[in-house]
Ligand binder design. Structure first.
Ligand code: PLP
Length: 396
């Protein structure tokens, strides 16, 4: 059996999405900017797709949704634009990010730091959560941007972005949220809180790879990352990725339609997996269930290197992850485990299981069996587990 439980890294393309995209490869392949019919015949499809994307995040027409190549581009763009618009002009000199942001935010912040920008990295608590007070304590009149992800990709923890956005508004700072892991898992309504920029990516919600977006509230500033043509209102030049945009539109529509299923049925399977895994002694989950999205578990089996567990799972056809979605080849400990200051013997033990609406009960039951066997085998040969005092080994 092959079981895919790495949906926070990427997801299967919904067959309806693939179907919607197909005509735009060999039939309607014109450049939308061309004046002939090959170009213009794509316009109604692009318009419809954009309407679906706007509807999916409840963005009013006057706000902007700019299509990019991925969330990495969208995130980088926000930071570079802030640098050009606010820092270089001397208006502001400070930004705030959480220390568990995706590398596309952390690395962008560090780049600005190398250019002289003051950067505050917000800590997370022992539950992997962010306290709004930390934002209140670090924000100043010179803060240009606060960037806090909506949902953490490792733990699934939901961060208090609505409250943080309010704090930013009160202090005259802009607020960006990386909503990559939130779209399709939580209701998204940009009109319900003062978010200025929001980024997301189609391949995380059963759309195609290579297409992302940057939402920007009306009246906010954005300096173009690419200069060239007039596409996307001149904000992002480059021939439009028609199949990608159509695919993202369809994927957004499907995500909205499936939200209830995602929040209840997927959660039921996730909870089943979690309940069974927690029956294994010396097993820990960092973030409480009710403070997480419905599809994610980051679980630690004391005494077992995450990579070793991944190996056993992979041998049994099960795909999971040990770290950031983009960093499974390196042997560093999980960034969230590091950020919460997990003890040395737990820092390298985290395994992330992330489900989707395509995950079945049969797959979860199979996974439970495989994990239980793997834990037994790996603890049997683990030198670090052997050193755990007997009293601890017996404690649940
Ligand atoms: N932000 C988060 C929270 C992510 O999980 C990811 C991908 O893992 C990204 C950004 C980057 O997305 P993309 O693959 O579209 O560049």
């Amino acid at each position: 059996m092959r079981v895919y439980l790495d949906n926070n890294a990427t997801t299967i393309v919904d067959p309806q999405v693939k179907l919607a995209m197909e005509p735009f490869f060999c039939q309607m392949y014109g450049n939308p900017n061309s004046l002939h019919s090959f170009g213009s015949e794509t316009h109604p499809y692009l318009k419809l797709a954009m309407e679906k994307i706007y509807a999916g995040i409840n963005a009013p027409k006057e706000d902007s949704v700019i299509i990019t190549s991925c969330a990495t581009e969208s995130n980088n763009w926000v930071f570079k634009s802030i640098y050009f618009e606010y820092i270089l002009s001397g208006r502001k000199d400070h930004i705030i990010v959480s220390e568990v942001e995706h590398p596309s935010v952390i690395a962008a912040a560090k780049h600005l730091e190398s250019l002289g920008v003051k950067v505050t990295y917000l800590p997370i608590n022992e539950e992997g959560l962010i306290d709004v007070q930390t934002v209140k304590d670090s924000i100043t009149p010179k803060t240009a941007l606060v960037s806090v992800m909506w949902v953490n990709n490792e733990t699934g923890a939901i961060f208090p972005v609505e409250e943080i956005a309010q704090v930013c508004q009160e202090h005259g700072a802009l607020f960006h949220t990386d909503a990559v892991q939130a779209v399709g898992k939580l209701p998204i309504n940009v009109q319900s809180f003062p978010v200025d920029y929001m980024t997301f990516s189609a391949h995380k919600f059963h759309g195609p790879k290579g297409v992302g977006a940057l939402y920007m509230r009306k009246g906010k500033e954005l300096s173009p990352l690419f200069h060239g043509g007039s596409q996307m209102g001149g904000y992002r030049s480059g021939t439009l990725n028609v199949p990608g945009i159509v695919g993202m539109g369809k994927a957004m529509e499907q995500a909205v339609d499936s939200l209830d299923f995602e929040m209840h049925d997927v959660k039921e399977l996730r909870d089943l997996l979690e309940d069974e895994l927690l029956k294994i002694k010396d097993t820990f989950v960092v973030t409480p269930r009710h403070k997480r999205v419905s599809n994610t578990i980051l679980v630690s089996f004391r005494g077992i290197e995450g990579e070793a567990m991944l190996w056993d799972l992979n041998q049994a056809g099960i795909a999971a992850s040990t770290g950031s979605a983009c960093a499974s080849e390196d042997l560093e400990s999980n960034p969230v485990m590091e950020a919460i200051g997990a003890a040395e013997d737990l820092a390298h033990t985290a395994i992330r299981f992330s489900l989707s609406r395509y995950t079945t009960r049969e797959e979860i039951e199979y996974t439970i069996g495989v994990v239980k066997k793997a834990v037994e085998r790996l603890r049997g040969i683990s030198s670090s587990y052997a050193y755990v005092p007997k009293s601890l080994q017996e404690a649940k």
